[in-house]
Design a protein around this ligand. Structure first.
Ligand code: BT5
Length: 267
């Protein structure tokens, strides 16, 4: 069981993770975070041992078995133009990448919201915006990390595309330490963004560790599917893609499949 004291031992942050709400079992930490966001301090973290209705993007489900993962949400109040919120997901992914590196695990970032190890997903991020009134909103960033799941914990559908840190390392992961590490790295990258809209360090980490650059990809956005080649990630965190028709576009969000990964093998 994760407890606050174990997490606090490893925290070096000013505000992220300084308030933590722990649940044994909950529908979704994002749902709970939305309920308490208005009165909560920025940086409050909601964590659960188990989620019974863990969610991914577009209403997909997120498997969150009890005691095996890190399922948590951070409440943020950045007071920025809502159009810039997708960058927070990139900051989260960069923070997870850095935390895994501190544990000796090499990971790659799959723009915009996944972290993969050995080509398989170990972490997914769901960032949601909650409008308070016309002029203000909160951001809930939910992060799911497959820490100590065993092979048998994955449904058949996920066996080939997902893995856990325990499977990779061959040993249990200290979840409290990992959580503190993610929060420490997140705050360092988030403060320049909140104060100066500076995400240069996040972009640098994402570029250097991206699994997507210079790859043939299939991109689904607004139900339209197109294939192309990824060229770069720009300073705004947009994926630059050259599509089959030769047109180059900067994509802010979308669903990307890489040829040769996760079942995308057609010619
Ligand atoms: C995501 O969505 O990857 C975002 C996942 C966010 C989960 C966190 S946990 C804490 C917080 N509370 C929540 O309720 N959610 C957040 P997406 O890119 O749409 O990927 C979803 C897809 O990933 C599913 O359709 C499955 O194919 C796959 N998937 C589900 N559970 C998984 C797991 N534990 N590990 C790896 N892949 C998984």
């Amino acid at each position: 069981m994760i407890n606050k004291m174990d997490i606090e031992k490893h925290l070096t942050t000013d505000f992220v993770g300084r308030n933590i709400e722990c649940h044994e079992s909950i529908e979704s930490t994002n749902i709970r975070a939305k309920e308490v966001a208005m009165l909560a301090d920025e940086g409050t973290v909601i964590i659960a041992e188990e989620q019974t209705m863990g969610r991914g993007r577009l209403g997909r489900s997120w498997m969150s078995p009890k005691g095996k993962g890190l399922w948590f949400s951070i409440i943020l109040k950045p007071y920025l133009d809502p159009g810039k919120i997708s960058k927070i997901t990139l900051i989260g992914a960069a923070a997870v990448h850095k935390a895994l590196k501190e544990l000796g695990i090499t990971s790659h970032i799959k723009w915009p919201n996944d972290v993969v190890v050995e080509g398989k997903k170990v972490c997914g991020i769901l960032t949601e915006m909650v409008l308070q009134d016309e002029n203000s909103y909160y951001v809930i960033m939910g992060i799911g990390i497959n820490a100590n799941l065993d092979k048998g914990d994955f449904h058949d559908e996920l066996k080939d595309k997902a893995t856990s840190l325990k499977i990779i390392k061959g040993a249990e992961i200290d979840r409290s330490r990992l959580l503190a590490c993610v929060l420490n790295n997140f705050e360092k990258l988030y403060i320049p963004f909140k104060e100066k809209e500076d995400i240069s360090e996040t972009i640098k980490i994402s570029r250097e560790n991206s699994i997507l650059l210079n790859r043939e990809v299939r991109i689904i956005k607004d139900n339209v599917e197109r294939t192309g080649r990824t060229i770069d990630l720009d300073q705004e965190g947009r994926l630059i893609v050259e599509f089959e028709n030769g047109k180059i576009e900067a994509i802010l969000s979308g669903e990307v499949s890489v040829r040769g990964m996760e079942g995308y093998v057609d010619n």
